[in-house]
Design a protein around this ligand. Sequence first.
Ligand code: GLA
Length: 383
Amino acid sequence: MCTFAVLLLVCASAAGVYGLDNGLGRTPQMGWNSWNHFHCNINQAVIEGTADALIATKLASFGYKYVNIDDCWAASRDSNNIVQPDTKAFPDFQGMVDYVHGKGLLFGLYSDAGDKTCAGRPGSLGYEKEDANRYAEWKVDYLKYDNCHSAGSKPETRYPIMRDSLNATGRPIFYSMCEWGVDNPATWAGDVGNSWRTTPDIKDNWASMISRADLNNEWATYAGPGGWNDPDMLEVGNGGMTGPEYQSHFSLWCLMKSPLLIGCDIRNMSKDTLDILTNSEVIAVNQDPLGIQGKKVMVNGTSEVWAGKLQPIAPSKSSFAVILFNRGLSSVTITGEWSAIGLDASLSCDVKDLWTHKDMGKMSGSVSAIVPSHGVVMYRLNC
Ligand code: GLA
C-alpha cells in the first residue's frame, strides 16, 4: 500500500513508471559496433561505408540493423555543456546519422557514466539530461553506456539516471549497459537497461571467448524479452581464432540470447566470416520469440552440452537448441542425453543440424556426433 508520500516514488518505480519501459529489445539486438576492430580509428567514411556494406552483403536483411559508434566520437562540451563531436573525424555528424537512417538502418552512440569515457573523451555523469536530449535531436536509436572514471560510485545509482533521461526524451533509445558485470547487474538491471554486460572486455582469442561464455552462463535465468545478458561483442572475422572457434563463438552467443553485434570490418570480410554471420537457422535460435537463454547442461572433462528451449513449431510440442561443444584438443564423440537437455525420455524428436543444414531424422533418448577440436555441432530438436 502506498499511503505515505515518501513511499510514492518507490511505489511508482515498482509500477514501472520510472522503470525501463521503452518496448525495445524483445529479442537480442543485432548490428555492428566499431570498437573490436577499429578502436579509436573511426571516422565518417568508416561508418557510412559500414552502412553500405550491411546492405550490400545482405547482413541487414538477416537482422543486423544497428550501426553503433563506440568510444572516440566525442571531442568536448560547449559553453552550454552540449557535447560536441570530433569534427575532423566526423565533418557532418547529422548527415552521417541521416545517411544511416536513409539505408533503413538504425544509429547508435556510446557514452560513459563517469566524468570521462574509457578513452578520455567527455563522459555523461552530471550531463545525462543534456546528452540524452542531444542524442534524441540527432535521432539516435541506441546508447552503449560505459563505466570508466566513475570515482568508485556504484553503477546502481548512476545507470538509472541515464535511463530516466533517455525515457524523458520520448524517443525510444535502446539502452545497453556496459558496466562489465560490476555488482552482478543481471540481478538488478532488468528495469534499468535493455542489456547489461556480464563480463570484462572480450579479446579476439579462444581463451577470452570461452571465459566470457562461462561467466555469462551463470546469469542465464535473468535474461528475457526486453533485457539480455551481454558477454560482449562478436570477434568473428577479426583473425585471432580458427574457423571452428569462430563457429563455436557464434553458436554459443546465439544459444545464450546474447546481443549479436558484429565487431569486424564488414567492408573487407571473408566469405567464411559472412557465412558464419548469416547462418539464418542459428540466428533464429538467437531471435526465438520465447527469449530463453540456453545454458550449459552437461560437462564431462572438455566435452560439454549446452541447450535451451525454443518456441515449438507446430505440430511439434516442444523444441530445443542443442550444442555439442568440444573444448579439447582432438576430435571426440559427444552425446546429449534427453535427460540433460530437459526432455522426457520417451520423446522422439526430428533433429536438424544447423551448420550442415541436414535433416538427421528422428532420434530418441539422445543425440551424438563427432565434434572437432574447439568446435561445435549444433542441432534443433523438434519433438
Ligand atoms: C570499455 C568497454 C569496451 C569499449 C571501450 C572503449 O573497455 O568495455 O567495450 O567500449 O571501453 O573505450
